[in-house]
Design a protein around this ligand. Structure first.
Ligand code: C2E
Ligand code: MG
Ligand code: MG
Length: 753
């Protein structure tokens, strides 16, 4: 079987087809006549040939190499016999394909048993010599011709050796180069005859797996049996794709089992060729890429994890979230939700105790959060002090709330760091992955809910709802529209009178500047857009503009005769937090020429609640400039008496909601009375806000309140409209002016009473 295949291969390489055989015979001038001549004499040469065969073997025995091959008498007998048969064929002169086949076969056997060419050729010389003697022994030049044969055969053997050695060494060179290159590349080699399933692998190929070549064997089973079961289909597919011509190269990475049972990652490369029609053969290399795979895995892990807590990071979250969303598409999928966890006031820990402590807190928080989760829930560090929990496979939506509550409880336990005890709280936003059958951007939805939880006072959770989304969109639209309002000149100030209620006619003592946004046809009241301005920080620029406008306008009125006129301006806490606020205010006052005592800054209780040293220092500095400070909307917040004493406040504005309630005999009347009394006893001016009716005016007058503001006296109006008031005839001209609207009301007499 082997010989047959090798012979076929040899024939293929020699390209000894009919044409080649014909050409060779033509060059030898071979003709039919030659064949006929040989055939005619064949029989009479038999005896001489027989004698020659005997002589040949005797001759060969005198030389060490051939005699070593001819030790067995049985072999010698068989050889002599077949040699006799060969000479008979030779004298037949039929040099067809069968004949050539037979000669090649014998040549191959001789080569395989190690008989060098010189003995082979030498035997031919001897043969010709003996035939010569037997045919022409009597001829005078017979001996001469025999000598020529010897010389020519010597040369023939030299020529053949030169050719074959030269070819051989070229091959050896290229093989040596190939081997060196392979050793350098550290690759294993393989060669697979696909049709016959004959596999050759190099030593290095097998060593990569810690086994010898023998352990692999010479069939592809030895290779494929070691492939990781998960990778085998992929490898087969890659091989088939290449064999069927779909890919130019086989290039595939997969795992192979090593001797110790571990798996090595390898890269196989190869190309197929058709050795004969229909016979595919593939060969290539195999490289151990385990180290690269490991490095890749490290990188992949690092890219998806947070080094501090070891938790998966945002990239990891994105991937897991995508998969969870995919699962939501499946029939009968259970509910899933995201929790967005943000630590409350974590910045304070970082700022006051340092980042090292902050880091330890985060590690502990991560540990506690993990402890609150069920198997299958996933925890991620989103960044900074933000964590995200992905809850898959929930029974019902309230399960997510239960987990959130557990987290709040778990985090709230005091945290011991060396000598220090810290309490860390968190706010949590909860969002389902699907809402009413629609997929949500769960991360954004949970963030929205988190914002809600923070706004509602922190240390709690809030659930996402559609209303939240709508409100957020509205705010966003508002914020972006607001961003341009100031530059587009859409903001304007209206002024509302504040009156002094001395016995007799109410007189204009001052105005409160109130912001308006003219957006298209609409005049939007401040409650609708101030929160958005504060959120975006735009309130700082807008507040600055308000101050400039109000100061300049008030100064203009003063110069036009209302010398005593004061102006109240509302200040947001974000403005006061600016370090540049006071220097800027001084500039504005100077630029407008308004005396500081003519400016009243209205602040709210929420600002005082922050109660920081900075607030106190700022307010004291403002007071020392001579600016008047008023506490606005008193009663609606914490209404703490301590503010009133601690901060340099001169005016208390009683919120409209109390004045509204003064008509009946209810509680609010009592409270209003108490607030007014409290202000007076602390030596403050008290202003009643939102006075709309003569009854209310009666009440505040009755309580000795000296200032009031409200629709009863006048609504907020643009400066130009208010201007008209000042031109009215006036009892105490140049100081304050009579308020004609109130004066026109029948209630005036009551007020005077
Ligand atoms: P506030 O400072 O308490 O201003 C008084 C609010 O009560 C004004 O509402 C005013 O129009 C309204 N008001 C006055 N009298 C009556 C009345 O008799 N009946 C009723 N129903 N309402 C009355 P407005 O102008 O809508 O302002 C609302 C709030 O917006 C202000 O409350 C103030 O906190 C804030 N605000 C207004 N302008 C500014 C500003 O320039 N900067 C800042 N930071 N806040 C401002
Ligand atoms: Mg106010
Ligand atoms: Mg108010």
């Amino acid at each position: 079987m082997k010989i047959k295949e090798t012979l076929a291969e040899l024939l293929g390489r020699l390209r000894l087809d009919q044409q080649e055989i014909g050409e060779r015979l033509r060059f030898l001038d071979w003709s039919r006549e030659d064949a006929r001549r040989l055939q005619a004499h064949g029989a009479q040469m038999a005896e001489a040939q027989y004698a020659f065969v005997e002589e040949l073997y005797g001759h060969l025995e005198q030389f060490a190499t051939p005699s070593a091959l001819l030790r067995s008498p049985a072999t010698v007998a068989r050889l002599k016999h077949s040699q006799g048969a060969y000479y008979r064929d030779l004298w037949e002169g039929r040099f067809d394909a069968d004949y050539v086949d037979g000669r090649l076969r014998i040549g191959m056997v001789h080569q395989q048993v190690g008989l060098e060419l010189k003995w082979y050729l030498g035997a031919y010389r001897l043969y010709l010599d003996r035939m010569l003697t037997s045919l022409f022994a009597e001829h005078p030049h017979c001996e001469l011709y025999a000598s020529l044969l010897k010389a020519v055969f010597f040369d023939i053997s030299l020529a053949i050796d030169t050719y074959s050695v030269a070819q051989h060494s070229a091959l050896e060179d290229s093989e040596a180069r190939f081997t060196r290159a392979l050793r350098g590349a550290n690759d294993g080699l393989w060669d697979w005859h696909v049709g016959q399933d004959r596999l050759y692998v190099s030593e290095r190929w097998a060593n990569m797996l810690g086994v010898s070549r023998d352990a692999i064997g010479d069939a592809s089973q030895g290779w494929f049996a070691r492939v990781h079961p998960d990778d085998l289909p992929g490898l087969r597919q890659a091989i088939n794709a290449h064999l069927s011509g779909d890919t130019a190269l086989l290039h595939h990475e997969y795992r192979m089992r090593k001797r110790d049972g571990d798996y090595a990652w390898v890269l196989v490369r190869g190309v197929a060729e058709e050795s004969e029609p229909g016979q595919q053969r593939m060969a290539g290399s195999q490289t151990d890429i385990s180290a690269r795979k490991q490095a890749e895995q490290h990188l992949r892990h690092a890219a998806r994890h947070d080094p501090l807590t070891g938790l998966a990071n945002r990239t990891g979250l994105d991937e897991q979230l995508q998969q969870a969303v995919q699962r939501q598409h499946q029939l009968g999928a259970r509910e899933a939700a995201l929790l967005f966890v943000d630590l409350d006031r974590f910045k304070l820990i970082n700022d006051s105790l340092g980042h090292a402590v902050g880091d330890r807190v985060l590690v502990e928080v991560a540990r506690r959060l993990s402890g609150c989760l069920r198997p299958g829930d996933q925890l991620f560090r989103f960044g900074g002090d933000e964590f995200v929990v992905l809850l898959d496979n929930l029974n019902c939506s309230s399960d997510a709330e239960r987990v959130a509550q557990r987290i709040l409880d778990g985090l709230h336990q005091p945290l011991q760091l060396d000598e220090r005890t810290l309490v860390v709280n968190a706010s949590i936003g909860i969002a389902p992955l699907q809402d009413k059958g629609k997929l949500l951007d769960a991360l954004q939805a949970a963030d929205l809910a988190l914002y809600r939880a923070k706004a509602a006072g922190k240390a709690q959770f809030a659930r996402y709802s559609e209303e939240l989304q709508v409100a957020a969109q509205h705010n966003l639209a508002l914020e972006s529209a607001m961003g341009q309002a100031l530059d587009n000149g859409e903001l304007e100030l209206h002024y509302q009178p504040i009156c002094r209620l001395d016995a007799g006619q109410p007189y204009l003592a001052g105005v409160e500047a109130l912001l308006r946004w003219r957006s298209g046809e609409r005049l939007i009241p401040p409650m609708e857009f101030i929160p958005a301005l504060e959120e975006s920080g735009e309130i700082i620029r807008v507040g600055d503009w308000v101050l400039q406008q109000a100061c300049a306008q008030t100064r203009a009125w003063q110069l036009a005769g209302q010398q005593q006129l004061r102006c109240s301006v509302n200040i947001s806490s974000r403005q006061l937090q600016q370090a540049a606020f006071i220097p800027r205010l001084i500039d504005i006052l100077q630029a407008s020429g308004l005396p500081p005592a003519s400016l009243i800054l209205e602040i709210t209780e929420s600002l005082l609640m922050e109660d920081s040293e900075h607030t106190l220092a700022s307010l004291r500095e403002l007071a020392s400039l001579g600016v008047v400070l008023a506490l606005d909307d008193f009663g609606t917040g914490y209404s703490s008496l301590s503010y009133l004493k601690r901060f340099p406040l001169q005016i208390l504005k009683v919120d409209k909601s109390f004045i509204d309630g003064t008509c009946g005999e209810g509680e609010l009347r009592v409270i209003s009375r108490a607030i007014i009394g409290l202000g007076h006893s602390l030596g403050m001016e008290v202003v009643a806000e939102g006075v709309e009716s003569p009854e209310q005016l009666d009440f505040v007058l009755g309580e000795g309140c000296r200032y009031a503001q409200g629709y009863w006296f006048g609504r907020p109006k643009p400066a130009a409209e208010l201007q008209r008031l000042f031109s009215q005839p006036d009892g105490r001209a140049g100081v304050v002016c009579l308020l004609p609207e109130a004066a026109a009301q029948p209630a005036r007499s009551q007020a005077q009473a």
